[in-house]
Design a binder for this molecule. Structure first.
Ligand SMILES: NC(=O)c1ccc[n+]([C@@H]2O[C@H](COP(=O)([O-])OP(=O)(O)OC[C@H]3O[C@@H](n4cnc5c(N)ncnc54)[C@H](O)[C@@H]3O)[C@@H](O)[C@H]2O)c1
Length: 379
C-alpha cells in the first residue's frame, strides 16, 4: 500500500531521521536528513556549503516532501549536506568518501542528487562510490532508453516547468498577446525558461545575473545572450550587442517595465522591502524561496499573482521521481518517453497553478499551506 510516512502533522516539524556521517580522511561534516518516505523511498539533493547544518537540511527535506507530494509523486523528501571545515582539498576523494559512507542509504531507497555547491560530476563520483546507478533501480529497469541521450534532452526540464507555469497562468487570465518578461537569474533554470517563453511568442526585455541587469525594451536576443553566458550563469559583458543597456547594482531588474517577472536566482530576491517596487502582474518563483514568506503574502494582498517555488520548479525532481517510482511508462523510445514525461510534469504544474489561483482568488492567506493541509502533509 502506498503510504506517506512522516512526522505527526499536528506536532512541530521534525524529520523521520537525521543521520550524521563520518567521512574518514576528509575534513568535513556531513548529514543525510530524511523528512518522509513512501514505500521506503525518499529523494533530495546534496548541498555543500560552509554553513549547512542539520536544521537547514531539515527545512529543505520538508520542502522536498511538499514539492513531491504536490506533484502526486509517491516518494518522500530528503536532503544531504556536506560542510567542509576549511578549503576543500581533494574534491574527488571527498565525494568518493561521501558515496562510500552514504551507500547503505542510497542502496536502501534514499536517492541523493546534486544541489547548491555540488555538480553533476560530483554526483557521478559519489554514485560510483556508492555502487548506485539509477538505470538499475526497479522503476528504471523496465525502460528501454539510452540514458545519456535521455538526460541530455531533458536538461531544460526545470526551466520548462517554470515557463509552463507562467504560460498556463497567462492562458487562464485570457492573455493572448506577447508579454514582456524579466528574468532574474540566467543560470540553468533562467536560460531554459527564457527559451520556452520566447518560443511561445513572448519577449525577454531584461535578464539579471549576479553582476547586474541587461535590458533591451525592444527584446533581448536570447539565443545570442546564452552564447555569451558561462555555465555559472554570468553573462560576458564584453560580448553583448551594442543595443543593450547595462545596469549595475542589486535589484536593478525591479525597475524594468514588464508584464511577467521570473525569479531564478537567490533566496529572498524579493523581501518585504522590495514588494512595493514589483511592477509585474505575475511573479513566478522559479528559484527556491526567491520570495520571503511575508513578501509573498504582501504581493498577493497587493493583487499580484504569485506562483510559488514548491509548485513551479519541481521539473528536475519530478523527472527523477517518475523514474525511481516506476511512473514513467515502459515500451517507449527515448524521444517518446521524454515527450510523455514533459506532458506529465506540465499537467501537474498546470493543475497546481490553477488550484493556487483559485485559493488566492477566494482570499486564502496561504494557498500552498491549504493545499498541503488538504493532503494531510505536515507544514
Ligand atoms: N537547476 C535546477 O534544476 C533547479 C531545480 C529546483 C530549484 N532550483 C533553484 O533555482 C534557482 C536557480 O538555479 P540554477 O540551477 O539556474 O542556478 P545557477 O547557479 O545555474 O544560476 C544562478 C543564476 O542566478 C544569478 N544570480 C545569483 N545571485 C543573484 C543576484 N543576487 N541577483 C541576480 N542574479 C543572481 C547568477 O549569476 C546566475 O545567473 C536556485 O534557487 C536553485 O536552488 C534549481
Amino acid at each position: 500500500m502506498t503510504q506517506l510516512l512522516h512526522s505527526d502533522p499536528t506536532q512541530a516539524p521534525s524529520p523521520l531521521f537525521t543521520t550524521t556521517l563520518s567521512l574518514p580522511g576528509c575534513d568535513a561534516d556531513a548529514w543525510v536528513v530524511v523528512d518522509s518516505t513512501v514505500n521506503g523511498l525518499a529523494m533530495g539533493g546534496t548541498r555543500m556549503t560552509a554553513t549547512v547544518d542539520p536544521a537547514e537540511l531539515a527545512g529543505l527535506a520538508r520542502a522536498m516532501t511538499h514539492k513531491l507530494a504536490l506533484a502526486d509523486l509517491p516518494i518522500g523528501g530528503a536532503k544531504a549536506g556536506i560542510r567542509p571545515r576549511g578549503t576543500i582539498g581533494d574534491r574527488d576523494a571527498l565525494m568518493r568518501t561521501f558515496g562510500q559512507v552514504a551507500r547503505p542509504l542510497m542502496q536502501g531507497g534514499v536517492y541523493l542528487g546534486c544541489d547548491q555547491g555540488t555538480t553533476q560530476a560530483d554526483r557521478d563520483t559519489f554514485f560510483a562510490a556508492a555502487g548506485y546507478n539509477i538505470a538499475s533501480v526497479p522503476g528504471a529497469t523496465r525502460l528501454d532508453v539510452e540514458w545519456s541521450q535521455f538526460y541530455r534532452t531533458m536538461s531544460d526540464i526545470t526551466g520548462f516547468g517554470v515557463a509552463t507555469a507562467a504560460l498556463a497562468t497567462l492562458d487562464a487570465q485570457g492573455v493572448r498577446t506577447s508579454q514582456r518578461v524579466v528574468l532574474q537569474g540566467f543560470g540553468a533554470v533562467g536560460r531554459a525558461a527564457a527559451l520556452h517563453l520566447v518560443a511561445a511568442g513572448h519577449q525577454v526585455v531584461a535578464v539579471a545575473d549576479v553582476l547586474g541587469t541587461i535590458e533591451d525594451p525592444a527584446g533581448l536576443p536570447v539565443q545570442q545572450l546564452i552564447e555569451c553566458t558561462g555555465t555559472d550563469g554570468t553573462v560576458d559583458r564584453g560580448k553583448l550587442p551594442s543595443s543593450v543597456r547595462i545596469h549595475d547594482g542589486d535589484r536593478a531588474w525591479l525597475k524594468v517595465g514588464a508584464d511577467l517577472l521570473v525569479l531564478a536566482a537567490n533566496a529572498d530576491a524579493i523581501d518585504e522591502s522590495a514588494v512595493s517596487s514589483v511592477r509585474t502582474g505575475i511573479v513566478v518563483e522559479g528559484g527556491n524561496m526567491s520570495i520571503s514568506k511575508p513578501a509573498r503574502r504582501m504581493l498577493r494582498e497587493a493583487g499580484h499573482i504569485v506562483l510559488p517555488d514548491v509548485v513551479v520548479n519541481v521539473g528536475g525532481a519530478a523527472l527523477t521521481g517518475t523514474i525511481i517510482t516506476g511512473i514513467a511508462p515502459s515500451g517507449l523510445t527515448t524521444p517518446q518517453l521524454s515527450a510523455w514525461l514533459r506532458d506529465w510534469i506540465a499537467s501537474k504544474i498546470k493543475k497546481n497553478c490553477a488550484l493556487i489561483q483559485e485559493l488566492s482568488a477566494s482570499g486564502s492567506p496561504d494557498p500552498v499551506a491549504e493545499l498541503l493541509t488538504d493532503r494531510n502533509i505536515a507544514l
